[in-house]
Design a protein around this ligand. Structure first.
Ligand SMILES: Cc1cc2nc3c(=O)[nH]c(=O)nc-3n(C[C@H](O)[C@H](O)[C@H](O)COP(=O)(O)OP(=O)(O)OC[C@H]3O[C@@H](n4cnc5c(N)ncnc54)[C@H](O)[C@@H]3O)c2cc1C
Length: 450
């Protein structure tokens, strides 16, 4: 009989993966459960959403990443509940997975402040599927505008709205402005893509509010140089198809993207301990939960205050550090040694704004513009998992930098969606246009085979 301790990890994101790596080929049996078969490098999701990179370039199969670890089994499955008294995790098919130690690292998603119905009109960016959907909407908006201008001679104003000026909102807004002004304008004939408006709505009085105020100001300036309209103190209170509301004012927009609000995985609430307003689990200083020292919660799901009274931020270095620290505590305990409390080491933060533009604060020093962008580039390639991915991403960036091209400009999905989207976006006017198009197609007779 195998007497080694069994560690179950839920989630193969930054937290879960780093926990697993620290347990690789150590005297424990590990099962890592994830509902996806791949780990996603979330900091580069916006580049998939804006057609710089392809989904496969920022994701790797979890099984592949951990293939060298003989003691780790990767299980595809969704955890839905826990039996804390009998030390078991319940999966969606009813299977019970027993554990001696449990590490819950299921991450977080964006939240719509209780207005979940907005997600249909304003998708957020968290998974590869979200990124592909955003890419589809952005590219489709240009195609529809071109089609209308080519067939009816009318060029409508094209407006992209991004809600929330945190790192993701700033990255998205900057990259869409880049697409409109630099990448697409040579390929579209009937419309001038550089006239597309990109509007960034932010409820507070500055962009990138977690950075020093002079860096925030620099980021705002860099966004404006790219052509992004930054609207501060503009809290979005309503979203409907094709428009959003700030105060009493409605803004028409073709595409709305959501980049604010956080809700921890609902798994946190199944643990039966205290959570904060965003559903993050309040943990003990060693990241275990009250009354169950063998159950740990790490990463974006955690609410833990640092010595300075600030919560540990929901960023990848924090999740990675928590993953490693938890596994080290488990291994120490098995050897009869005491656990250590978790201390977050903040090495700094950076945010990119567009081609050659970024801000960074690292070890108390501040950087902006090209230097910050080079630092951002270097770090993101270093941490991207897999040699093949790194190589492809570097080549893709180099090409995009030289040519300002976007190589991953595919609109995927059913061709009929083009018609649906046109109907949705432009109401009765679109119906008339469709009728006109249908008449043209009929009068043109049968098409030649492609
Ligand atoms: C668009 C975007 C950009 C970001 N940019 C940066 C950045 O530039 N720098 C930075 O430091 N941080 C960035 N972050 C934050 C960073 O990605 C997170 O802090 C980090 O991923 C948290 O790690 P985690 O392990 O807690 O969760 P995640 O990495 O989200 O992993 C959670 C894992 O759990 C799995 N899972 C979820 N529920 C279940 C379930 N019920 N059963 C089984 N599996 C489940 C998921 O499939 C996923 O693999 C960004 C995040 C996003 C969304």
């Amino acid at each position: 009989m195998n007497e080694r301790n069994r560690v179950v990890i839920i989630g193969g994101g930054f937290g879960g993966l780093w926990a697993a790596k620290a347990l690789a080929n150590k005297p424990v049996e590990v099962a890592l459960i994830d509902r996806k078969n791949h780990h996603v490098f979330q900091p580069l999701l916006y580049q998939v959403a804006t057609a710089v990179l392809s989904p496969g370039e920022i994701a790797s199969p979890i099984r592949r990443i951990l293939h060298h670890a003989k003691n780790i089994e990767v299980i595809l499955g969704e955890a839905v509940d826990f039996d804390k008294e009998n030390n078991a995790v319940r999966l969606d098919d009813g299977t019970e997975v027993p554990f001696d130690y449990l590490i819950v690292a299921a991450g977080a998603r964006h939240a719509y402040f209780g207005r979940d119905e907005w997600e249909t009109w304003a998708p957020g960016l968290k998974t590869l599927e979200d990124a592909v959907e955003i890419r589809r909407r952005v590219l489709l908006a240009f195609e529809l505008a071109e089609r209308k201008a080519a067939l009816s001679g009318v060029q409508d104003e094209l407006t992209f709205a991004v809600v929330g000026a945190g790192p993701t909102g700033v990255e998205l807004a900057g990259a869409i402005a880049g697409i409109a002004r630099q990448a697409l304008n040579k390929d579209f004939k009937a419309i001038d893509t550089s006239k597309a408006r990109v509007v960034l709505f932010e409820g507070s009085d500055r962009v990138l509010g977690t950075f020093a105020s002079d860096l925030s100001e620099s980021a705002k300036q860099q966004l404006e140089e790219l052509g992004v309209e930054v609207r501060l103190n503009s809290f979005v209170t309503e979203i409907e198809p094709g428009k959003l509301k700030v105060g009493e004012e409605w803004f028409e927009c073709d595409v709305v993207l959501w980049a604010t609000g956080v809700a921890a995985s609902p798994l946190g609430s199944r643990l039966g301990v205290e959570t904060d307003r965003a559903g993050r689990v309040k943990v003990e200083p060693d990241l275990s939960i009250a009354g169950h020292p063998n159950i740990f919660v790490i990463g974006d799901m955690v609410h833990l205050l640092q010595e300075n009274g600030e919560p540990v931020p929901g960023v990848s270095p924090a999740a990675m550090q928590m993953g490693s620290a938890t596994s080290e505590n488990i291994l120490a305990e098995i050897k009869g040694r005491p656990r250590k409390n978790f201390v977050y080491v903040d090495k700094g933060s950076m945010a990119t704004i567009g081609r050659s533009r970024a801000i960074a604060q690292v070890f108390g020093m501040k950087f902006r513009g090209f230097v910050a962008w080079l630092m951002w580039l270097f770090l993101h390639v270093v941490f991207l998992i897999g040699f093949r991915n790194r190589l492809f991403v570097l080549m893709g960036w180099f090409w995009a930098y030289l040519t300002r091209e976007r190589s991953a400009r595919l609109i995927t999905g059913d061709a009929n969606e083009l018609r649906d989207a046109l109907m949705f976006m432009e109401g009765e006017e679109a119906v008339k246009l469709l009728e006109k198009l249908a008449a043209k197609e009929t009068s043109a007779g049968p098409k030649e085979p492609a």
